[in-house]
Structure formats: structure tokens, C-alpha cells
Design a protein around this ligand. Structure first.
Ligand code: HEM
Length: 209
């Protein structure tokens, strides 16, 4: 059962990474010159909303987020009750980084960010049909220093969570051959850094735009 739970955690986590990569790519459009950014960002989001394939992916992503949280909590609770095993594993360098020891805490911070983020955009688009100028909505939000701070600081737990999570997911799914151990670990850190810095820098650049 533990293998099933960990595999599910890994698969849902990797799917969320796929979403995050596409989401970051789309949000980089915001950095183009103002009118080009407005055109591209608004056309892109209109295209996404009208596409059934993207809608299915969006719902799979929502489910992945919910299951990822559920299995992360279940596994952590089980691990706590088998604390002695945890202590035995502590010598393993893979388990001794600060991020790996605090994945649930980092995940909780990301979850808090996500609640704020959904209220900022997703809720307004889906339920208030306030989607005519999404670029302007993002632009306005990132001219409020409090939100800039929330988005920038939330990129840190996101990066730390990913730097351990991606590596760990590959390991759980058996895609972590000893020969490529260093390579996958490095790739996870590079991916996490790009995503963390990418999401963290967009609000700052928009603030000064
Ligand atoms: C610069 C930072 C970000 C910006 C400007 C941004 C912008 C947006 C916007 C405008 C939407 C609404 C799109 C729509 O419904 O048409 C959205 C949705 C969403 N964002 Fe972000 N986002 C950012 C960072 C993040 C991060 C770091 C995460 C995850 C940790 C995230 C997760 C999501 C999710 C799950 C949705 C819902 C997607 C869907 O309905 O398919 N976003 N974001």
C-alpha cells in the first residue's frame, strides 16, 4: 500500500510539474512590451478556455493537486507513527536535506499561496466571468506591493519543494538508475531553480513596468 501511495504521489507531482512548466511559459508572455503582452496573453487564455483538450487537462490537474495533497498527508502521518524507521534512514544523504525533511511544511505554504492565487484570478474568471482583459487583471494585482511580496516569497517554498520532489518522484518510479543519480539530482535542482526564480521574478518585473 505504501508503494502505491508513494507512486501516486510521484505521478500526480510530475503531472503538476508538467502544468507548472506550461503555466510558467505562458506567464513569461507578460514580460513582453505592454501591448504585445496584452494581445498575446489575452488571446492565449481565450484559446485555452475554448479548447476541450485543455479543459480536460485542467480538470486532471485539479484532481492531481487534490490527490497529491491527500497522499502527502497520509504518508506523512504514517511516517510519523513509524518514527524509528525514519531515524534509521536519517544517515542517508538523500533524506537529510532541509527540504526533504520539511516537504509537508513547504507543501502547506504552497497550498496557502494557491488559495490566495485561485481567489486572485481563477475564481474571478470562472465564477465572475471577469476574463475580458486578464493581462490587465494580472498587471493591476502586481502593482500592489503586498501581492508582489506574497508571490515572490511563495516562489521560495515552491522551488525548495520541487528541488527534492522531482528527484524523489523519479526515484519512487524507479527511473533513478545509480548511473544517472547525480544527473537527475542536478536536473531537479536546475528545474526547481528555473521555476522558482521564474515565478518569483515575474511580479517584480511587472511591478516596475
Ligand atoms: C507569476 C506568477 C503567476 C501568475 C501571473 C499566474 C497567473 C494565473 C492566471 C491569470 C490564472 C487564471 C487563468 C484562467 O483561468 O484563465 C492562473 C491559474 C492557475 N494558476 Fe497561476 N499564476 C502564477 C503562478 C502560479 C503558481 C506558482 C502556481 C502553483 C504553485 C499556479 C497555479 C495555478 C493553477 C493551479 C491555476 C488554475 C489553472 C486552471 O484553471 O486550469 N500559478 N494563474
Amino acid at each position: 500500500m505504501i508503494v502505491f501511495r508513494k507512486s501516486f504521489l510521484a505521478i500526480t507531482g510530475l503531472f503538476i510539474c508538467f502544468f507548472l512548466t506550461a503555466h510558467l511559459g505562458a506567464n513569461f508572455l507578460l514580460l513582453l512590451p505592454a501591448e504585445t503582452a496584452r494581445n498575446y496573453y489575452n488571446s492565449y487564455s481565450a484559446f485555452l478556455r475554448g479548447n476541450i483538450f485543455v479543459t480536460v487537462i485542467a480538470y486532471v490537474n485539479y484532481l492531481c493537486i487534490l490527490f497529491h495533497i491527500y497522499y502527502a498527508v497520509v504518508i506523512s502521518v504514517k511516517n510519523k507513527s513509524a518514527r524509528s524507521i525514519q531515524y534509521e534512514l536519517k544517515n542517508n544523504s538523500d533524506n537529510s536535506s532541509w527540504s526533504s525533511q520539511n516537504m509537508l511544511f513547504l507543501g502547506a505554504l504552497i497550498f496557502c499561496f494557491l488559495v490566495i492565487h485561485m481567489a486572485n484570478f481563477w475564481f474571478k474568471v470562472k465564477f465572475q466571468h471577469n476574463e475580458s482583459d486578464l493581462y490587465q487583471m494580472v498587471f493591476n494585482l502586481f502593482h500592489e506591493p503586498l501581492y508582489v511580496a506574497i508571490y515572490v516569497f511563495s516562489a521560495l517554498p515552491l522551488g525548495l519543494h520541487l528541488s527534492h520532489g522531482v528527484k524523489s518522484a523519479f526515484k519512487t518510479l524507479g527511473l533513478y538508475h545509480k548511473k544517472y543519480l547525480r544527473w537527475i539530482a542536478d536536473l531537479s535542482v536546475i528545474y526547481a531553480t528555473v521555476v522558482g526564480i521564474g515565478f518569483g521574478i515575474i511580479p517584480i518585473i511587472l511591478f516596475f513596468k
